[in-house]
Design a protein around this ligand. Sequence first.
Ligand SMILES: CC(C)(COP(=O)(O)OP(=O)(O)OC[C@H]1O[C@@H](n2cnc3c(N)ncnc32)[C@H](O)[C@@H]1OP(=O)(O)O)[C@@H](O)C(=O)NCCC(=O)NCCS
Length: 160
Amino acid sequence: MEIRTATMADLETIAAVEAACFPATEAATREEFAERLKYYAEHFWLMFDEDKLIAFVDGIVTDEKDLADEMYEKAAMHNPEGAWQMIFGVNTLPAYRKHGYAGELINAAIADAKLQGRKGLVLTCKEKLLHYYAKFGFVNEGISASTHGNVVWYQMRLTF
Ligand SMILES: CC(C)(COP(=O)(O)OP(=O)(O)OC[C@H]1O[C@@H](n2cnc3c(N)ncnc32)[C@H](O)[C@@H]1OP(=O)(O)O)[C@@H](O)C(=O)NCCC(=O)NCCS
């Protein structure tokens, strides 16, 4: 498996993996990914099985301490000098799950954020995944203000 950051050429496959991993009410659209890739392609971590995209993680960098819903749509909020690496989506195609692939991508994002001198990483997740992210050092900060997809999201933070 190869891990690398993204370019605009990855747009279609990224949107297809997202659609396979999230319900339509929660999935980012192709247009949203086009904006994200314009501003922060280097904050996408992609995993390939040969030339097939099987999993990815992405998110902006910002000085805002908390992950806000508007960040999903407003890619221009990305601040390359920001303190916090946000993690928006963690996706693995169903057929490739439970092999540690998402974990490898999360570790790659953590390593890069450390190298880049960030304060840490912030994500939101559903209750059932709290234990999963805790394994990487993320700490639960309680229910977030997010109303994304009309479900309850918890905010978690890993501080270096
Ligand atoms: C959540 C998601 C990204 C996990 O992807 P993944 O590649 O399967 O993740 P991992 O393999 O790193 O870990 C998943 C589980 O498999 C386990 N696992 C890892 N390697 C394994 C192996 N070789 N054999 C058996 N289990 C293994 C992990 O320990 C973990 O178990 P846990 O949930 O009990 O902690 C994936 O299920 C997904 O895309 N879901 C839909 C989208 C979503 O909800 N994303 C999260 C938004 S917050």
